[in-house]
Design a protein around this ligand. Structure first.
Ligand code: ADP
Length: 264
């Protein structure tokens, strides 16, 4: 039987993610482009994922779009909510997972799953930048570094500078004032991570935290946030090898499931 390729595209506010699955299981191509919906990011992510798989668009049996900008993708066969896709992707990455904490560029969500991997409940913060990737991106800029350097800085911390404000704008002023007092940058970064962890933990507690817990989304690539959240929640948190691609993975699985349902 010929191989069947399904593509999942996750059009986030900050990044465009694309994954190609062979026969619903094997990842043969993927791409993460740090430009979100409404930019050239989605088309670039598609092209890069196809190139990494050595395929062309005509090889793809079904394209499923998810994420904040999912309705804007031309030629998608299905458009599915990111909650469903995150649940599908997380259950594939970690069978039996009960709680999924996803922190993206502009929102944070906590999903609870049934033992069969079905979405049971979710809670979301999409109203405020604090506790999202945006908060970390803003703080990285003030510290004259990049978001992907924060983990290494945190690892060098010898203390934690408390960042008490829950508002991104006021927290930014706090960081500037700590810098002018010559507080060590690693300790400031540890304080920034703790501030994200405190906000996320309160969101997670409202949804209910049951192990195993998985963290997904671009911010899960920052191990400093993951460890701060483990300390806040008192649980251990797993991170899949490509946490930012979890929604796109779920979308590709959704497409595969639909094709097979349509056949039967
Ligand atoms: P969205 O789906 O909302 O676009 P993503 O889940 O793609 O969001 O996450 C985007 C966020 O992930 C950005 O705020 C970015 O700073 C952060 N991010 C991406 N890669 C890394 C990395 N290597 N280290 C730390 N943060 C990262």
């Amino acid at each position: 039987m010929a191989d069947v390729y399904t593509m999942g595209v996750d059009l986030g506010s900050t990044a465009s993610k694309c994954i190609i699955l062979k026969n619903g299981t094997e990842t043969v191509g993927s791409a993460v482009i740090p430009s979100g919906a409404g930019t050239s990011g989605p088309e670039r992510a598609l092209a890069a994922a196809l190139a990494s798989a050595g395929l062309t668009r005509s090889d793809i049996a079904a394209v499923t779009a998810t994420g904040y900008g999912r309705e804007s993708l031309d030629g998608a066969d299905w458009s599915v909510s990111e909650l469903s896709c995150h649940a599908l992707g997380a259950a594939r990455e970690c069978p039996g997972v009960m709680t999924v904490i996803d922190i993206g560029g502009q929102d944070a969500k906590v999903l609870t799953l049934s033992a069969e991997g079905r979405l049971e409940n979710f809670i979301m913060n999409d109203k405020c930048a604090a506790g999202t990737g945006r908060f970390l991106d803003v703080m990285a800029r003030v510290l004259e570094t990049e978001a992907d350097k924060l983990e290494a800085l945190d690892a060098a911390a010898e203390g934690i500078v408390p960042i008490s404000s829950t508002c991104t704008v006021f927290a930014e002023s706090e960081v500037i004032s700590q810098l002018s007092r010559r507080a060590p940058i690693p300790d400031i970064v540890a304080g920034i991570h703790r501030s994200v962890a405190v906000r996320t933990a309160s969101l997670a507690r409202r949804a209910g935290v049951h192990e195993p817990v998985l963290m997904t989304g671009g911010v899960a690539r920052n191990g400093g946030v993951v460890r701060a959240l483990e300390r806040e929640l008192g649980v251990s948190i797993g991170v899949p090898p490509a946490p930012q691609l979890c929604g796109a993975l779920g979308a590709a699985i959704y497409g595969w499931n639909k094709l097979n349902k349509n056949k039967s």
